[in-house]
Design a protein around this ligand. Structure first.
Ligand SMILES: [Zn+2]
Length: 134
């Protein structure tokens, strides 16, 4: 059986984001963190918003968070997406907010503040973090 539906666009990792997109292959949500003041940097960027340092490392985040806000898309903006689908901002336990998708839940059951936990959708070159109810 052939699936004629165009595939969903998948992000490509670059040097700055590779640890983020590859951490999921080991089940780890990896975030950039300032080596000077310990502030998390999401998305990855050269300088710390807090202290302007360019020193950083990559550290494993807990993978736990809560729904900060969400939207349910009923309009198909790309043929690779099945509607309805959700676009959700998860506030990580560590503080940063991550745009993502909730899985394992009907759109009408999503609630702001609900606890969620990360899992990964594995592709050839990237592991996309997505979340399900905890
Ligand atoms: Zn800093």
């Amino acid at each position: 059986m052939t699936d004629e539906r165009p595939s969903r666009p998948i992000p490509e990792a670059d040097d700055a984001s590779r640890p983020f997109f590859e951490g999921g292959f080991e089940g780890k949500l990896m975030l950039m963190r300032c080596s000077e003041c310990r502030a998390w940097r999401l998305p990855a960027r050269q300088h710390c918003d807090n202290c302007l340092s360019d020193a950083f490392g990559w550290e494993q985040a807990s993978g736990r968070g809560s729904v900060r806000t969400y939207g349910v898309m009923h309009q198909k903006y790309h043929p690779g997406f099945e509607t309805p689908y959700n676009v959700t901002i998860v506030e990580l336990e560590e503080g940063p907010r991550l745009p993502t998708t909730l899985v394992g839940i009907e759109p009408g059951s999503i609630r702001v503040g609900m606890p969620v936990v990360v899992e990964f959708e594995l592709h050839d070159d990237v592991a996309l973090p997505q979340f399900r109810p905890a």
